[in-house]
Design a protein around this ligand. Structure first.
Ligand SMILES: NC(=O)c1ccc[n+]([C@@H]2O[C@H](COP(=O)([O-])OP(=O)(O)OC[C@H]3O[C@@H](n4cnc5c(N)ncnc54)[C@H](OP(=O)(O)O)[C@@H]3O)[C@@H](O)[C@H]2O)c1
Length: 323
């Protein structure tokens, strides 16, 4: 559901890894792809070649139904939900996920909106229907964070997770620091490179990071919080002078999301800290009782990178289902 940057990446990853997955015992058959214009459907498996080069499904769709109607009409085991994020009402993803879970289909998503708005309802719905809802890509893109905590750190008490969860902000701050660019100049550069949107509010005001804080709080810390519970400050007020002063004292300034503190704000990070990553990288430090502090870093966005996290969730679902 959704045939944009991540949707295209997902099909490409399935195409590239089909044989490897088959050898592992997982034969993925993509029976449909839907965007806002319609659905390409073939129960025996769609022909990737026919749609891969197209930006949208306009003129290619052989089924009119989109959205929930398509989910309800098509027989499948799992829905990959990769439509645009809206963290005010969660739509259209929320309706798609509810429809899929209610029909007994697993769901894997990179869309934060539905989880920020209705995490508990969706988790309960998945449980009720004995299916899984997985969302690794919503938090750190390709950076394994949820699965790391759930699988490798199982048995640990997680005291906190602090990190850089927005590559656009990290890129702007890195360029301001390294090149002494003023904020506006660094933002323009990021926009020209396609790292920042033409309307960058969602990233630079910390809204995207706050959404990720909500998902981490609800899923890892078992809290029941909403976007409005997070205290959010973005990066638009940061000056080159402040960055220079911090550097002279041995620090970088990073936009840090903190759970369970439920804050998003620019913070000083020691230059030698594992969180001192540059460019568009994301990083998260997980503080635990048994394993000490573990830090992961990786790309928070990208077509193939995000699709990799989606694939990993799918494999996770079928591995668990077989146990
Ligand atoms: N891009 C990344 O690197 C990245 C990383 C992590 C998470 N995410 C998240 O993953 C999701 C997808 O991101 P993206 O970059 O692929 O977005 P995108 O390029 O904007 O693609 C969204 C797709 O969803 C389609 N769509 C919109 N409304 C729909 C509806 N009602 N029914 C069916 N399809 C609909 C769009 O169709 P039209 O183009 O025709 O409108 C488009 O094909 C977003 O929630 C995003 O926040 C993205």
């Amino acid at each position: 559901m959704g045939f944009g940057i991540v949707g295209h990446g997902f099909l490409e990853v399935v195409r590239r890894k089909k044989e490897m997955l088959k050898a592992m015992g997982l034969d993925i058959n993509v029976v449909s792809v839907t965007d806002i214009t319609g659905t390409v459907y073939d129960q025996s498996g769609i022909d990737f070649e026919k749609i891969q080069g197209a930006r949208t499904l306009e003129g290619l769709a052989n089924m009119e139904a989109t959205g929930q109607a398509a989910i309800e009409e098509i027989e499948s085991d799992l829905v990959v939900e990769v439509t645009p994020t809206n963290i005010d009402h969660g739509q259209p993803g929320l309706g798609h996920i509810e429809a899929a879970l209610s029909q007994g289909m697993h769901v894997v998503t990179s869309n934060k909106g539905p989880l920020v708005v209705a995490y508990k309802t969706l988790k309960d719905l998945a449980k009720e229907n004995e299916v899984q809802l997985k969302y690794e890509a919503t938090v750190g893109g390709t950076m394994p964070l949820l699965s790391l905590v759930e699988k490798n750190l199982v048995g640990n008490k997680i005291h906190s997770i602090r990190g850089i969860f927005n590559g656009t902000c990290n890129y702007i701050l890195t360029r301001m620091m390294e090149e002494k660019y003023p904020y506006g100049y660094a933002l323009n550069e990021a926009q020209e490179l396609g790292i920042a949107e033409s309307d960058p509010t969602y990233d630079v005001d910390g809204i995207d990071t706050a959404g990720k804080v909500v998902i981490l709080a609800n899923s890892i810390f078992d809290m029941d919080v909403k976007y409005s519970d997070v205290d959010v400050t973005g990066i638009t007020g940061i000056t080159t002078e402040a960055l220079n002063l911090s550097w002279d004292r041995g620090y970088l300034v990073k936009l840090i999301g903190d759970v369970p503190a439920l804050t998003v704000k620019p913070m000083l990070v020691p230059r030698r800290s594992p969180l001192a990553v540059g460019g568009t990288l994301n990083a998260a430090s997980i503080e635990t009782d048994l394993s000490g502090t573990i830090t992961v870093t990786g790309l928070g966005a990208g077509s193939i990178e995000t699709a990799s996290a989606i694939l990993s969730d799918i494999v996770g679902i079928y591995t668990t289902a077989r146990l």
